[in-house]
Design a protein around this ligand. Structure first.
Ligand SMILES: [Zn+2]
Length: 370
């Protein structure tokens, strides 16, 4: 008892000693801290640290996750130039499209640069009718004949696949038997399939003072009260069931399966699904805040991780990728960032970078049937 009293007094003294500034008496309605809204908080780092800002990737890169962000010839040419300047050899464009939309995008991009590889979506228009999946398979084969080199991005955040086919109602989860013959066809044609399941965990959590991703959850959140919606585990498990059911189809789980908050569980998933690939796109802001755990995971699964961006292809977006993955810079904020977590460089080794940037993608893409 005496001992614990001693420690609590000592701890109080330490706290007081560590907080030596003068306490300022300001009424609540005058205090800027009470006036400041969380959404307006834009901290500037006070740390005077060495900074490293690579202007291009250290090794050749294949971007396995992008979208048709430019829709005119000048924009696509400028994008191709940015790719050249950043040491990016190839970009996979996930169109999510089929039919005429796919054909137009294919012709537009392929007519300008061979740096772009075009993937299609599933035709989900008849998803709730008996013609599905036969009509979706026929359209997949047509896109394949046109030049589609993979399928992406299919998305289920809890309400079923409803992005690629513009399905408005709650759609089908990927473990629905109605998808079986379609995924089998992808395997038969040698088309890899990129699937986005769920979203970062804080999007599913209550929007309150304890939500660790609150600054982003202001804009991005998932309403679990929607009838029939699956939570993050539900949607991830539906995806994994689909992967298990189609061993001859190559699956890429986008954004680290949205599970980087729990690398132990994600490791279990990787170990129990040895053919599953993960793309690391658009999650640096989640992963680089735990740089040591992330580095350990990336080193452990260095042969099954794929680089991707998934963001508007502005030169500053690419430069942020190289800084986060290649350097050990600490506690920095990106120019365009409105986010409460400061960035940390992960500092991957050359060996791991080469695999994640390029070699793993080559292995995956070259395993497709010719
Ligand atoms: Zn995407």
């Amino acid at each position: 008892m005496k001992q614990s009293l001693f420690f609590s007094i000592a701890a109080s003294l330490l706290l007081i000693a560590g907080c030596s500034g003068n306490k300022v008496a300001i009424s609540q309605d005058q205090d800027p801290v009470d006036q400041l809204q969380l959404k307006d908080y834009e901290p500037v780092s006070v740390f005077q640290l060495e900074e490293h800002k690579p202007t291009a990737a250290k090794f050749s890169v294949i971007d396995m996750h992008s979208h048709p962000y430019r829709d005119d010839e000048a924009g696509i040419r400028a994008w191709a130039k940015t790719l050249e300047e950043n040491n990016i050899e190839k970009v996979i464009i996930h169109t999510k499209a089929f039919g005429e939309e796919f054909d137009c995008l294919y012709d537009l991009y392929k007519g300008i640069s061979d740096k772009f590889e075009i993937w299609c979506g599933f035709d989900m228009t008849k998803w709730d009718q008996p013609e599905f999946p036969a009509c979706a398979i026929a359209e997949l084969e047509r896109c394949y004949a046109k030049g589609a080199a993979g399928v992406g991005e299919l998305i289920d955040k809890g309400m079923g696949e409803r992005i690629s086919g513009k399905v408005k109602e709650p759609g089908l989860h990927f473990n629905d038997p109605k998808f079986d013959t379609l995924f089998e066809k992808c395997g038969e044609l040698g088309l890899p399939v990129s699937i986005h399941s769920g979203d970062p965990i804080w999007m599913y959590e209550p929007i309150d003072a304890h939500n660790d991703g609150l600054m982003n959850a202001k804009h991005w959140r998932i309403d679990l009260s929607e009838p029939g919606i699956l939570d993050l585990d539900g949607v991830v498990n539906a995806f994994l069931e689909c992967v298990e059911r189609h061993p001859n189809t190559t699956f890429i789980a986008c954004h680290l399966l949205n599970y980087n908050h729990d690398y132990a569980r994600l490791s279990e998933v990787m170990d129990s699904h040895p053919k599953l690939w993960l793309d690391i796109s658009a999650r640096h802001q989640e992963t680089c805040v735990t740089p040591r755990a992330t580095k350990r995971f990336y080193e452990k699964y260095q042969d099954r991780l794929l680089f991707g961006t998934d963001n508007d292809p502005d030169p500053s977006m690419y430069r942020a990728q190289w800084r986060i993955l290649e350097t050990e810079d600490e506690h920095f904020y990106l120019d365009e960032q409105s986010y409460h977590w400061p960035m940390q460089g992960i500092g991957l080794s050359d060996e791991v970078l080469k695999k994640i940037y390029h070699d793993n993608a080559v292995r995956l893409l070259s395993s497709r049937k010719k």
